[in-house]
Write a protein that binds this ligand. Structure first.
Ligand SMILES: CC(C)(COP(=O)(O)OP(=O)(O)OC[C@H]1O[C@@H](n2cnc3c(N)ncnc32)[C@H](O)[C@@H]1OP(=O)(O)O)[C@@H](O)C(=O)NCCC(=O)NCCS
Length: 168
């Protein structure tokens, strides 16, 4: 993997210009900076993290905690940093955080054409539980609804495979 060390930190307002640069090249219907600002400053159910190399934001992810369910809202990695395990680290961090915040289930929606992201989620034991037809209004694409129903069991399995030190 890369020599640089990735650190996962809470998203702060100062990260937003870099987050927006990644957002705009990653999504066909990007969220606005104002939306992210509200998410990190006002939404008590939301938690967003950034992946940092030094001061540079190379990726980010967020979730809403709804009762005992963790709903992933967004995950994106800067194009030049993709396929280096950054999303894997972000997701693993959110799984640990969700568990410690009382959620043992996690869900997300993904475009039916986004096979790369689906492959990432499958590695975290997410499975397809349903489909929302025409969910994405920009191109009328379907969303697959994926669920991970036992975060604790998944993390225990990972620890048994790789040892307890996740590096965070
Ligand atoms: C999806 C995304 C977040 C993945 O980020 P990433 O940091 O490149 O992912 P990782 O390097 O952690 O990938 C982990 C594994 O997921 C799978 N994977 C990730 N991207 C993939 C792709 N484009 N094609 C196929 N498999 C992929 C691979 O198995 C990969 O492991 P490998 O590289 O050892 O084969 C990134 O491509 C992105 O930002 N895309 C645009 C935004 C987006 O689609 N977000 C998801 C919305 S639901």
């Amino acid at each position: 993997m890369m020599g640089e060390r990735i650190q996962i930190r809470s998203m702060e307002p100062g990260h937003l210009p870099q987050v927006m640069a990644i957002e705009k090249v990653s999504f066909s219907a990007p969220w606005s900076e104002a939306t992210y600002y509200r998410e990190i400053s006002e939404n008590i159910y939301a938690y967003y993290v950034v992946a940092l190399v030094g001061e540079k934001v190379v990726g980010y992810a967020g979730r809403w905690l709804i009762l005992d369910e963790s709903h992933i809202t967004n995950i994106a990695v800067a194009p030049l940093w993709r396929r280096r395990g950054v999303a894997r680290q972000l997701l693993e961090y959110l799984l640990h955080a969700s568990l410690s915040q009382g959620a043992n289930r996690m869900t997300l929606e993904v475009r039916s054409s986004n096979l790369g992201a689906q492959s990432l989620y499958t590695q975290f034991d997410f499975t397809v539980a349903g489909r929302r037809r025409g969910y994405y209004t920009d191109n009328n694409e379907d969303a697959l609804i994926m669920w991970q129903n036992d975060i604790a069991a998944f993390l225990a399995k990972k620890e048994a495979e790789h040892g307890a030190d996740t590096g965070y």
